[in-house]
Design a protein around this ligand. Structure first.
Ligand code: URA
Length: 203
């Protein structure tokens, strides 16, 4: 084993909750693991837990989760049948008055946390991965230069499985005007429909 690898190995934590591979744990309530069936055919990957997820210890239970639920229902995808997780498992935030404001994870944090996504991919073996936004896409592809623009047009194959890239639900919530919000939401619904079709096809 070379020096870099043995150093990396020595930092392998026993559990997600004990993970200290980056500093985000220090200001988070807890690590938020993925949830879903042991053999889900579709895995949805978000960015990182938000304020509510950090407190409850579950992914997508806040406002972005509510929009995702709506999109899943519209696409005919059963939320209980998919595996839901995040590229980064601790909430990154900065104080703003009494509120905790979301901060986008840095590349080094995405890379440090990739180990946990790999573990989930190996364990669940989904046929289709839906990357919700740029952070998820970078992590799924392990490519810090990956952009939504280049990958959102059509599903593609990566490491033997389908990947569908769509906007993050928070983007659809926060887009400037109503028309942009509606467009972004529709991209998410269409992507989820596509994921379902692909999962059915591969079966
Ligand atoms: N946004 C995410 O990316 N993940 C969550 O779990 C919640 C909000």
């Amino acid at each position: 084993m070379d020096k870099v690898r043995s150093h990396e190995q020595s930092k392998l934590p026993a559990t997600l909750e004990q993970c200290r591979r980056c500093d985000l744990w220090e200001h988070a309530t807890q690590a938020v693991p993925g949830v879903g069936p042991a053999r889900a055919r579709i895995m949805l990957v978000g960015e990182q837990p938000g304020d509510q997820e950090d407190v409850e210890g579950l992914p997508f239970v806040g406002p972005a989760g509510a929009l995702l639920d709506k999109a899943l229902a519209e696409a005919g995808v059963n939320r209980a049948g998919v595996y839901l997780t995040n590229a980064v498992k601790h909430f990154k935030w900065e104080p703003r008055g009494k509120r905790r404001l979301h901060k986008t994870p840095a590349q080094k944090e995405i890379a440090a946390c990739h180990l946990w996504l790999e573990e989930e991919l190996a364990r669940i073996q989904p046929e289709v991965v839906v990357a919700l936004g740029g952070t998820a896409l970078k992590s799924v592809l392990q490519d810090s230069g990956a952009t939504m623009k280049s990958f959102m047009d059509a599903p593609f194959q990566h490491e033997g499985r389908w990947v569908v890239a769509v906007y993050h639900p928070s983007f659809a919530l926060r887009a400037r005007d109503e028309a942009s919000r509606r467009r972004a939401y529709q991209v998410i619904v269409d992507g989820l429909r596509q994921a379902l079709r692909l999962a059915d096809k591969v079966r």
